[in-house]
Design a protein around this ligand. Structure first.
Ligand SMILES: Cc1cc2nc3c(=O)[nH]c(=O)nc-3n(C[C@H](O)[C@H](O)[C@H](O)COP(=O)(O)O)c2cc1C
Length: 200
C-alpha cells in the first residue's frame, strides 16, 4: 500500500465492467451542455487489486472529494491497494499502472477561457501523456465546478476527449460535484458505492 494520505487497503475481489453503451447527460442548470459518450463494452471479469487515483486541486475541493472516496473504500473494501497521486507528480506510466484509474479535477480558467481542466491535470493529460494507451484500463471520473460559471463543470468534456483519443472508457457515470463539496458527502458515498458495485 502506497500513497500520499496513508495506506489504503480496499477489498475488491473482482472487477466487472457491465456491458454498457450509454449516453450520459451531464447534469447542470442553465447553459450546461449535454455531453454524450459511448462506452464500448467490457465483456469480461477482471481481477482488480489496485486503483490509482490521480487528481488536481487548487483550492482543495477535489482533494476533499478524493479523501472522502478513499475513506469509503478503506472502510468498505479493505483489500485492494489504492494509490493517490497529484497530477503534477504523475507521469504516463501512472495512468496504466493499476487495474483501475480514477481522474479528478475541478473546472478552471486557462488560456483565457473558462471551462477548462485544472491546468495541472491538463498538463499531465495533454502534454505528458500523449502516447498513453488506456484501452485496458477502465476509468472513472470526478469533476468539480461552480454554477456561477457559464461552463459549469465543463472539465468533464476535456476528460472525455482525452479518453476518446487514448482508447479509454469510463465504467460508470462521472461524479460531478457542483459548488463546494462540503455538505455533499452523501453524493460522494453514493457514487463510491456504485464504483464498488462495478467491481464485484
Ligand atoms: C479562477 C477560477 C475559474 C473557475 N472557472 C470555472 C469554470 O469555468 N467552470 C466551473 O464550473 N467552475 C469554475 N471554477 C470553480 C472551481 O471549479 C471550483 O471551485 C472547484 O471546486 C475547484 O476545485 P479545486 O479546489 O479542487 O481546484 C473556477 C474557479 C476559479 C477560482
Amino acid at each position: 500500500m502506497h500513497f500520499e494520505f496513508g495506506s489504503i487497503p480496499v477489498q475488491i475481489p473482482q472487477f466487472k465492467i457491465r456491458n454498457s453503451k450509454f449516453i450520459f447527460h451531464l447534469l447542470g442548470a442553465g447553459s450546461f451542455p449535454l455531453c454524450g459518450a459511448y462506452h464500448a463494452p467490457y465483456s469480461s471479469f477482471m481481477p482488480a487489486s489496485s486503483v490509482t487515483i490521480i487528481y488536481a486541486s487548487t483550492s482543495g475541493h477535489t482533494e476533499y472529494v478524493v479523501e472522502r472516496l478513499v475513506a469509503l473504500l478503506q472502510e468498505r473494501a479493505p483489500q485492494i491497494s489504492v494509490r493517490v497521486l497529484r497530477a503534477e507528480s504523475a507521469g504516463p506510466e501512472d495512468l496504466t499502472s493499476a487495474d483501475v484509474l480514477v481522474l479528478g479535477s475541478g473546472t478552471w480558467h486557462m488560456f483565457g477561457q473558462e471551462g477548462q481542466l485544472n491546468e495541472r491535470m491538463h498538463r499531465l493529460l495533454f502534454d505528458r501523456c500523449t502516447g498513453v494507451d488506456l484501452s485496458r484500463t477502465p476509468v472513472a471520473l470526478i469533476s468539480l465546478g461552480d454554477d456561477r460559471y457559464h461552463f459549469t463543470a465543463r472539465c468533464t468534456e476535456h476528460f472525455m476527449r482525452f479518453l476518446k483519443d487514448h482508447g479509454g472508457k469510463t465504467f460508470l457515470l462521472p461524479l460531478i460535484i457542483v459548488n463546494e463539496p462540503y455538505g455533499q458527502e452523501e453524493r460522494i458515498v453514493k457514487w463510491g458505492e456504485k464504483f464498488m458495485e462495478k467491481m464485484v
